[in-house]
Write a protein that binds this ligand. Sequence first.
Ligand code: CA
Length: 381
Amino acid sequence: MNHSNVMNVASKRDPDMRRKSSRVPAATSAFGFRTSDFLRASGFGLRPLLFACSLVAFCTLLCACTVSAAPVKVIFDTDVGNDVDDVLALSVLHALQSRGECELLAVTITKPDELAGPFVNAVNTFYGQPGIPIGFTHSGLTNEPSKFLPLAEVKDGKKLRYPHRLKRSSDAPEATALLRKILSRQPDRSVVLVQVGYFSNFAALLDTAGDASSPLTGRQLVQQKVKLLSVMAGSFKPNSHDLEYNVTQHLAASKRLTRDWPTPIVWSGFEIGIAVPYPAVSIERDFRYVPHHPAAEAYCLYIPPPHERPTWDLTSVLYAVRPDRGYFGLSAPGQVTLEENGFTRFTPAPEGRDRYLTLTEVQVARVKDALVELASQPPCK
Ligand SMILES: [Ca+2]
């Protein structure tokens, strides 16, 4: 909006406001006389009292508006390098961290690709957070080449386009050891885990034994330190029987976690992210604040605009950090079980551990707006 537009808006509003303010009667007390008359009759003695009362009221309102919630402590577990929604989800997390809404404690990787770690380190460096710990999977899964992870090695002249220090994923600590180290240092029931890829790392964490970080087993540590697992996986659309990618890629791990995870889980099923396609126009226009942006370039290498990619992984991040903002609905509590082929079956149960996200049309619009604003938010200077 340019200056002349601002003036036009103001001039259209001002006359109305003047009319409204001109109709406001002089303040009257509950006994029918005007406050100003009462003050005059009482002399100046009451003015300091009224001033003090006003000051108290003002301070009370100010405190109500400035009390900020503690940032949500987040660990992000990703198969970055497959679909590109992981990259946009990481951008959303950085935006939320820069706003003081979350603290990204670590990123753990389930895609067994030697460039996944360097790529995450490069994105974190782009957002001014090069020191965020990175853990790498020891799942032994077979890797599939990525369309965009080689961005980590692209050079302009002699310099890396996206600087980073981690040279290979296998130079990073083992994911389960890092998870144990990070969790053991956090207050009880304070950490929100976000899982947007295979189930490998968090399932393996359950089976870890006590170590130098903590004498607790992995399952005990999760039970003590984790508040919520926000997971993009499964399918919960009524009358459907879709198999979802994240569940099926490491099925044994998916079954282990689904059977034995000891904290509440909120599932963002396949139907949620696909209902909120990321606008292609945002990729084309909102990332131009720098000559090269890792998320926009990764998106274009994966499937360029005008394709609009579903926001699967972004939805799990948004719910994890802003669970109480009405972006999503929640199912009744219940229990998710995996069928032999990996289908996620939900059975309602009053004391159940699991819920899944739901969306109305109005919520789709709100979620899309929020995700575009957050994913394309420039880094803090
Ligand atoms: Ca993913």
